[in-house]
Design a protein around this ligand. Structure first.
Ligand code: HEM
Length: 123
């Protein structure tokens, strides 16, 4: 049975599954693989911290995520279709692995942060 997301181990599972999709995605993969050449060993723990904080208020992340993406958008344009694809892959990753109130919360948080990011960056 698929269970809810309840701790950091679950977040790690979700984020790893999400980036496995991102890395091979035709629409947004190149941004991570070719433009930024992400160092996954460094980036993944940052993302675990970010999501642990976003869902469970652990205080593990306090950087200005919006500014980081604004800077990224100067390096390579971030468009509506990139965000739509990011959202789609994130929602798929949650639905394939978890079910319950925290799983719903994770999807909601992702969409609302993504929406704010688009308004701040694309507008
Ligand atoms: C079009 C959509 C997006 C693209 C292409 C994108 C791409 C990236 C890239 C290339 C990085 C840098 C990785 C590195 O440091 O090596 C990054 C960092 C990050 N992204 Fe995104 N991102 C997107 C949307 C989002 C959204 C919607 C969220 C949150 C819900 C998010 C959360 C983060 C966080 C927390 C970091 C780490 C920043 C740090 O180093 O503190 N991203 N993103």
């Amino acid at each position: 049975m698929i269970q809810d997301l309840i701790n950091r181990r679950d977040i790690e599972k979700l984020i790893i599954a999400f980036y496995e999709k991102v890395k091979i995605d035709e629409t947004i993969g190149y941004i991570f693989n070719d433009v930024v050449k992400v160092n996954w060993e460094k980036h993944l723990p940052v993302m675990f911290d970010f999501w642990e904080n976003a869902l469970f208020y652990t205080g593990t992340y306090s950087r200005d995520n919006m500014n980081i993406h604004r800077h990224l958008s100067y390096v390579t344009p971030l468009r509506k279709e990139h965000f739509e694809q990011w959202n789609k892959l994130f929602i798929q990753s949650v639905d394939e692995n978890f079910r319950g109130p925290n799983a719903e919360l994770a999807k909601q948080r992702a969409i609302s942060i993504s929406t704010v990011m688009q308004i701040k960056i694309i507008a």
